[in-house]
Design a protein around this ligand. Structure first.
Ligand code: ZN
Ligand code: ZN
Ligand code: FE
Length: 764
């Protein structure tokens, strides 16, 4: 083959290709194949010019498509012929990046420390021994440090650190693991720890470990913000953290040093272990074992425990030093976003922390830990943040317009749709808090600048009082309102790469309906363009608005009266709350708004069954009610559930599903002294059977074959599994959330899909 004319090709690689080692990978392959040319980042793409024998060039292109670097997501490899350069210099090099507005959506997520880096941190002979910011092309911070594209060191928060000679040599050597690893650093040139707190005269890490070991609470700056850390085995220390953080009962997550330790604390399926050990390193919620190493105050009343593994060298070093599992909870005051800077940490956490372990690598984007719930044989993302954001999700079609979606109000996220994908922000928190609102505005700007998209449409919720809706109204872009539960169903469709139509069971707390009432127990016929309300739970008064959410006893009285009459309500009133008379009068007056909320029905039945009458965190009553059902099912799975869940038949307009039989059954069972677990078990079973029957009937009538289970209520795995099994047994396909949260964190993704499918879908 010697002497054949050389060819030269221009190669554009699109997808998630920056910050994942694509350029060094290309250099290694090209060098091995004897090709010459260069590679560089342009906008969000990787662009290479490659010259050599045709079959060698083809081999490189094949490798780019078939076996790219492990963290890359190659969407397309565009190849065009260009004139070969005679006497081109031999060798292959990385060229300086070119910035350009990129239409592509391509920013890498943060990746947990790889084994090779960890081995160096542990090796006393290595120059990075004990260095808490060790990283390479395969691991380290990305999204949280990127200021703009293209992804180069100068565009990250590492810009201010000048590489030492040794780091620079690694960075410039195509055969090195750190070749163009943008955040590369070592103890001589990179970020450093500082300690602020009581001192024993050691280095910062030793001070922090000492404080932790003696039961202290340490604010630790990590990858996406500060954590509050404390020994998980020390009841008094954990109780102090709860007390100072004013967090009565909401479970804390626990960071453990190894998979073996995680297995000792919780039951893990293969799927849950894969999630736990992945480079994303989320918190995994799994059924807890009767462990002695975790203090009761870590997760009181919860059947699940959230565990996570260390994801930066600093965490590994802390865990080893403390030799104990550590509570690692967001470093914030309740409901505020986590602290991102030393100043914010001091302001927010001075009353809580005994000491601060700071470092000087700035965090560009504050990012909470992601949360994944383990279900039977599978997993479900319930908070999609660090490690996931801002990875693109595929849309089931290609949009010719760019769409910005601003989500809902609680568990806020924003999302951008462009071409065939949607990219959602990290978890922003509850917008009613000023700091979360600031994070919301920052996230919109950051996503726009990272993706280079120019949205022409803003999709928003119909709720006029959501701050996200108000913000959208102030922008000078075309507005597109999306009904809340339609967005939930669409988010589930995106999760499954479908565009419908499906029967959507959208069950959640509250969402604004187009009729101006608060919806939340909805059965929709929906695709990505439209939704029809086929059925819904019977609307009942919601007395006291937000108070009705914090105080489940209110809905318990309302539902007792609705299902069994005022006398029955009066009979249980005194057991629920001294204010029961006033509450009944208020709900009778017609002054309260009405709601078809499934979340509020769960609250009501839980309280009537002897569960929570007031709650200290969102969803607490439902979480404990579910745990009681699960515990009961393990002991006595049989249940007499033959009776119908509903009263009411389909007629004109939407079918009203009246769950009064379920409420009366709970009242009767409580009156005869049945325990909470037994009542909850029967309630879950009957509700699930009722939902399956409704779905089957409506699916047959409408000629659809799949049912989407969505909304915050379907974080309840007992209910989800019962409904999914029942649907499958009836020949319908259940669509259960996997990568997109079923709660309001997924709303922005559903909004993008609906707006783009309606306004910007490319024909064919
Ligand atoms: Zn590494
Ligand atoms: Zn260095
Ligand atoms: Fe919702």
């Amino acid at each position: 083959m010697e002497g054949e004319p050389a060819v030269r090709r221009l190669v554009v690689v699109r997808g998630t290709v920056q910050g994942v080692g694509f350029r060094p990978w290309t250099v290694r392959w090209a060098t091995r194949l004897g090709l010459s040319g260069h590679v560089r980042n342009v906008g969000a793409d990787v662009v290479a010019e490659v010259q050599g024998q045709a079959r060698d060039v083809a081999a490189l292109l094949e490798a780019m498509r078939a076996s790219p670097p492990p963290l890359a997501l190659v969407r397309e490899v565009d190849v065009s012929d260009i004139a070969a350069i005679e006497g081109a210099p031999p060798g292959f090099e990385v060229r300086a990046s070119e910035s350009r507005t990129a239409a592509a959506v391509a920013v890498p997520a943060d990746v947990a420390t790889c084994d090779a880096c960890l081995a160096e941190v542990d090796d006393p002979a290595d120059r990075r021994y004990g260095y808490p910011f060790t990283n390479c092309v395969d691991c380290g911070p990305r999204y949280t440090i990127i200021r703009s594209l293209p992804y180069d060191r100068s565009a990250t928060t590492m810009a201010g650190f000048v590489m030492c000679d040794e780091c620079r040599t690694e960075y410039e050597d195509p055969t090195d693991r750190r070749f163009h690893a943008e955040p590369v650093a070592c103890g001589a040139c990179g970020p450093r720890l500082t300690w602020e707190g009581p001192e024993i005269g050691g280095p910062p890490l030793a001070e922090a470990v000492n404080c932790l070991v003696s039961g202290g609470i340490v604010a630790v700056k990590g990858v996406g913000g500060y954590h509050l850390a404390v020994r998980a085995d020390d009841e008094a220390a954990v109780a102090r953290l709860r007390d100072r953080k004013k967090r009565d009962e909401k479970p804390f997550a626990v960071m453990v040093g190894s998979l073996a330790e995680a297995r000792a604390l919780v039951g893990l399926s293969d799927a849950a272990e894969a999630e736990l050990t992945s480079g994303r390193r989320p918190i995994v919620l799994a059924p807890r074992r009767d462990a002695t190493r975790v203090a009761p105050a870590v997760a009181p009343g919860s059947a699940d425990l959230g565990v996570l593994l260390p994801y930066s060298p600093l965490h590994h070093l802390l865990l080893r030093g403390a030799a104990q599992p550590l509570v690692m909870t967001s470093g914030n005051r309740t409901d505020e976003p986590i602290a991102q800077t030393a100043e914010a940490a001091r302001v927010q956490l001075t009353e809580i922390a005994d000491g601060f372990l700071h470092h000087d690598r700035p965090i560009e984007v504050r990012c909470d830990d992601s949360v994944v719930r383990a279900a039977r044989g599978t997993t479900q993302v319930v908070r999609r943040s660090r490690g996931f954001a801002p990875e693109a999700l595929a849309l089931p079609f290609v949009s010719k317009i760019d769409v910005l979606a601003v989500g809902a109000e609680l568990k806020s996220t924003v999302a951008l749709g462009s071409g065939g994908s949607v990219i959602a922000s990290h978890h922003l928190g509850d917008l009613e808090h000023l700091a979360a609102y600031a994070a919301f505005e920052q996230a919109v700007g950051h996503l726009r600048s990272l993706t280079g998209t120019e949205p022409v449409v803003i999709a928003h919720d119909l709720h006029p009082e959501y701050l996200s809706t108000k913000w959208a109204m102030e922008q000078e872009l075309e507005l597109f309102g999306v009904q809340h539960h339609h967005a939930h169903v669409a988010s589930c469709l995106v999760d499954h790469g479908r565009d419908g139509p499906v029967i959507g069971l959208a069950f959640d707390g509250l969402g604004f309906g187009p009729d101006g009432t608060l919806w939340g127990g909805e059965v929709l016929l929906a695709d990505l363009r439209g939704a029809e309300r086929l059925a819904h739970l019977r609307p009942v008064p919601l007395p006291g608005g937000a108070a009705a959410i914090r105080q489940p006893w209110r809905m318990a009285l309302v539902w007792a009266a609705a299902a069994a009459g005022e006398q029955a309500a009066a009979a249980v009133g005194p057991q629920l709350d001294p204010q029961w008379r006033e509450l009944l009068a208020l709900s009778r007056s017609g002054a309260a708004p009405t709601t078809s909320s499934a979340g509020r029905l769960f609250d009501a039945v839980a309280a009537l069954a002897g569960g929570r009458k007031t709650i200290s965190y969102e969803g607490q009553a439902a979480v404990e009610f579910e745990a009681a059902a699960r515990a009961w099912a393990e002991v006595s799975p049989a249940a007499d559930t033959n009776a119908d869940a509903w009263e009411g038949e389909p007629g004109e307009g939407p079918w009203v599903l009246d769950p009064s039989p379920l409420v009366r059954a709970a009242l009767d069972a409580r009156a005869t002294g049945e325990p909470l677990g037994a009542i909850s078990h029967v309630f879950h079973r009957r509700l699930a059977e009722g939902l399956v029957r409704v779905s089957v009937r409506l699916a047959r009538r409408e000629g659809v074959a799949a049912v989407a289970l969505t909304g915050g209520v379907f974080q309840n795995m007992v209910l989800t599994e019962l409904v999914a099994e029942g649907l499958a047994a009836s020949g319908l396909e259940p669509l259960v959330h996997r990568r997109v949260p079923p709660n309001d964190g997924g709303i922005s993704i559903g909004q993008v899909a609906i707006a783009a499918a309606t306004l910007g879908r490319v024909a064919g």
